[in-house]
Design a protein around this ligand. Sequence first.
Ligand code: GLC
Length: 478
Amino acid sequence: MKKILFVASESVPFIKTGGLADVVGTLPKTFDKDEYDVRVVLPNYTCIPNKFRDAMTDISSFYMDLSWRTQYVGIKELVYDGVTFYFIDNLYYFTGNKPYGDMYLDIEKFCYFSKAALSILPVIDFKPDIIHCHDWQAGLVPVFLKTAFANQNFYRNIKTVMTIHNLRFQGITDSGRMMDLTGLHSDLFTEDKMGTNGNGNMLKGGITYADKVTTVSETYAQEIQTPFFGEQLDPLLRYRKEDLFGIVNGIDYDSYNPLTDKQIAACYDKETVVQAKRENKMDLQKEVGLPVDPDKFVIGIISRLTDQKGLDLVDRVMNEICSENLQFVVLGTGDPKYENMFRYYASQYPDKVSANILYSDALSKKIYAGVDALMVPSLFEPCGLTQLMALRYGTVPIVRETGGLKDTVEAYDEYAKTGNGFSFSNYNAHEMLYTIQYAVKVYYETPEDWNGIVQRGMEMDYSWDHSAKEYEELYHLM
Ligand code: GLC
């Protein structure tokens, strides 16, 4: 039996700000239970819904030395869907109406969290073979393990994997402050370890000290070794390339299943998708206040509204997009400049654009089921999950060829009749516009070809099974 511990800052169904939560919440239950004991450590944020917080049991508590401070560490446990989750309890760090957002405070939170995640292990009597750390919030786990914890017998031989879900966020603060927050030795803050330009860098520490490093698609694993995508860590990633693997994410095929989804108007599979999509489209149009017309081509965007997502391209050609015979539905929150941009277009084109500036799982399902195409024109995209959800719901992705988008969407070829979506290669608004116009043309002029694309998309298998096998192989290498 291999024992694996995931350490992460978010996980469905407890707390979610992005795709990381989907991965952490669904990958662990995919491993073969006879061979793997996979558990997860998360912060016990007070904004986790009470129905979960009330169901947790208290395991233990103790005080932990952290630099010159002594901090409380409570341990709570909840078994969900067959997976054991531990929650680190500390009201000073984890109180608030969202899990994080202010980098300065977040750095301190996750310095504490990384050390606490290691410190609870003897208390819960769980010695993992492998600690699998996710993103910068868990970056200090390999650092603590290989330095401050190295001479404690309990921690001997524990191996670590560092998974990068998004290289843009690294957890950087002045080295002096990070030393003060962690008690880590000043020797660690040089450029060849976790220092960058006089600062301490938590993700860099994780990449330096982990035994293996992974990211969430093959293409992103290559891209981050170049200066454009490398976010200044490309030299280190090139240096570690023998230990760097790209494993594409899957999605939860039970939660995302058009045949059983209770949140959509008409359930369907690939035999019934064409008719059901018309019904779901009318239901969606009613819900978001657009003219009801099942023949209309409808494009969706479901996204965190940030620079990463290519929304400046949309802004550049939105008037041209709206001169096409289509409707446009947006769902998401984020940077106010993009929230306002979509509100503006909705007010300019009330019959064409619906801007839903909010987070809603229920509405997202109605969109996946009701639109014809989903746009993901990202500047960079480590994996991207919405294109996988779209494929599952018979919705055709229109993406830029980067990261996981490139690995999961194959462009339609009208001669060979292959492909499951549309794509463009350069970060260029007009290339995107032509691709949309081409999709519109295929939809209206050759509906049987359009339906072929839908069918091929629904035949893809992006469940977790395949990716979990790849993680199993990686764990066995260690
Ligand atoms: C981040 C990335 C996204 C990826 C997700 C899960 O949110 O931006 O591309 O799918 O993590 O790995």
